[in-house]
Ligand binder design. Structure first.
Ligand SMILES: Cc1cc2nc3c(=O)[nH]c(=O)nc-3n(C[C@H](O)[C@H](O)[C@H](O)COP(=O)(O)O)c2cc1C
Length: 476
């Protein structure tokens, strides 16, 4: 059996009752607005838009793909019936296995695959043949790549990276795109351009969710295909794309391939960004001159438009990052971590770790590391809060209660200055290439020296809860 593709995953999502098909929504703002409203609905189902006005039926756009533990679980080959905390725990355990086995996998070159069903080439390339949404009202254009898998190679080592980065239609044959400083594809691009050469690039804009999951995690260069292979338990079938030579997923829905030439910049943006603002405005950015487009019959664009969180990809990002940050902290030798969460409103900008305090300085050590590790607040972090074990880090009210009652700001908040930020950080006025920001480290634990004298918390004990639930629960 070949590995599951996007369509098989969608069938499973349908079987658990979490897929809604919507016909006749317009690419111009309607798909984006429906998606944004959907994020705040409970349950938040996956949406598959079809019969998009002006486009052939069957040319579809998927959004809200991974906004539930069930769908994220299915994408990772896990049970769709886990709660958020169980899913984090399961990912932590499985990750260790995937990590151990991933060097066995990687790519399996194949000669053909569904993505080759249709090809546009040279002058025949027309990206407007796809129902590319205009996602937000202030966007400067239609974004074909949001939940993308961008394939690039390091010109020095040949290592292949997959990254999730956005790209906007410039014209029928060109997209302009935004890749932040320090991101892997950006490093590849800069190396090619420094040598005066065009950078080969392939952008998959529809694929199994694992490609976006791997593409949006800060993994080492070359790790993404291996990880996907390890999760699937087999090498990822790839086709050597003809004009660039890049390995592209054989079961992708749509792949754009071409070159990003040095010196050519076009306007990109504004775009409603994941921080919840149109931060970057319209800027001159690099372009991909598309020479080939490969696509399946009835192709699906994998949409993951950002916006004010919770947004399309925030849930999957934070479950995975919480699991992986927990593992990273343990690998750094931090003992007795009881839970990790990245609050969905702030994302990596609001990292919470609960610990059982064992020694003086345990909380500060945990917070400082969590504020800098890649899975935590390393890139564009802001707040890192450490709480005691009686606080559920995934419960915002619990966390705020600890911050309101166990923190004396003058001694419990430290600031780390000149950390890694980004041009999309809304608090930086006119960010340059050197975009720094600071991290607030909040020790919201009971003061270690006298934690045993801290006033007892008002609560209903577990024993009394059990008794009254048995007697009165039916009335509540
Ligand atoms: C839906 C989505 C869209 C994203 N868009 C961008 C983007 O346009 N530019 C960017 O630099 N990072 C973007 N990111 C974050 C990167 O995917 C993330 O930093 C990832 O680690 C990049 O891969 P790399 O570590 O191989 O560079 C996006 C993430 C998600 C989930």
């Amino acid at each position: 059996m070949p590995a599951e593709d996007l369509r098989q995953w969608l069938d499973k999502v349908d079987q658990i009752g979490e897929l809604r098909t919507i016909d006749n929504a317009h690419w111009k703002l309607e798909i984006g607005a429906i998606t944004t409203i959907n994020w705040r609905r409970s349950p938040c189902r996956a949406l598959l838009f079809d019969h998009i006005p002006g486009y052939p039926s069957g040319y579809r756009v998927l959004t809200s793909s991974l906004s539930s533990p069930g769908r994220l679980g299915l994408a990772l080959g896990l049970s769709p019936r886990l709660s958020k905390r169980e899913l984090i725990q399961e990912v932590r355990q499985r990750w260790a296995e995937w990590d151990k086995t991933q060097s066995k996998y990687g790519i399996t070159p194949v000669k053909s695959g569904p993505v080759l069903e249709n090809v546009m080439s040279g002058n025949g390339v027309d990206l407007e043949r796809f129902p590319v949404p205009l996602w937000h009202e202030e966007d400067g254009g239609r974004y074909i790549a949001t939940g993308s898998a961008v394939v690039t190679q390091d010109p020095d080592t040949g290592a292949t990276n997959i990254g999730t980065y956005r790209a906007m239609l410039h014209d029928k044959k060109t997209v302009s795109y935004h890749i932040s400083m320090g991101k892997h594809a950006r490093l590849h691009l800069d190396k090619y351009h420094a040598a005066g050469k065009p950078c080969p690039m392939a952008i998959s804009v529809g694929h199994h969710p694992l490609f976006m999951i791997a593409g949006s995690l800060p993994l080492p260069v070359g790790a993404e295909y291996n990880l996907i292979g390890a999760i699937r338990g087999e090498g990822v079938g790839v086709i050597k794309e003809e004009v660039t030579g890049l390995p592209v997923p054989a079961d992708s829905e749509i792949v754009l391939a071409g070159f990003s030439p040095p010196g050519r910049l076009e306007k990109e943006g504004p775009f409603g960004e994941w921080v919840g603002y149109y931060v970057s405005g319209a800027q001159d950015r690099p372009v991909l001159e598309v020479e080939r487009v490969y696509f399946r019959n009835s192709p699906v664009i994998y949409g993951a438009p950002p916006g004010r969180s919770p947004s399309d990809a925030s849930y999957q990002q934070f479950v995975l990052r919480a699991a992986l940050l927990h593992n990273q902290l343990e690998q750094c030798g931090v003992p007795d971590i009881r839970g990790v969460w990245l609050n969905e409103a702030g994302g990596r900008e609001f990292v919470i770790v609960s610990i059982k305090q064992r020694y003086a300085g345990h909380a500060k050590q945990t917070a400082t590391l969590a504020s800098q590790l890649a899975m935590g607040g390393g890139f564009m972090g802001r707040w890192t809060v450490v709480v005691d074990e009686d606080i559920d880090p995934t419960d915002t009210n619990d966390v705020l209660w600890a911050m309101c009652t166990r923190v004396d700001p003058v001694k419990d908040i430290d600031i780390i200055r000149r950390c890694w930020s980004s041009s999309v950080d809304p608090i930086i006025h006119q960010p340059s290439k050197s975009a720094f920001n600071s991290r607030a480290i909040v020790d919201a634990c009971k003061p270690f020296e006298w934690m045993n004298e801290f006033p007892p918390a008002v609560k209903v004990s577990e024993e009394l809860t059990r008794e009254v639930e048995a007697k009165w629960g039916r009335l509540l």
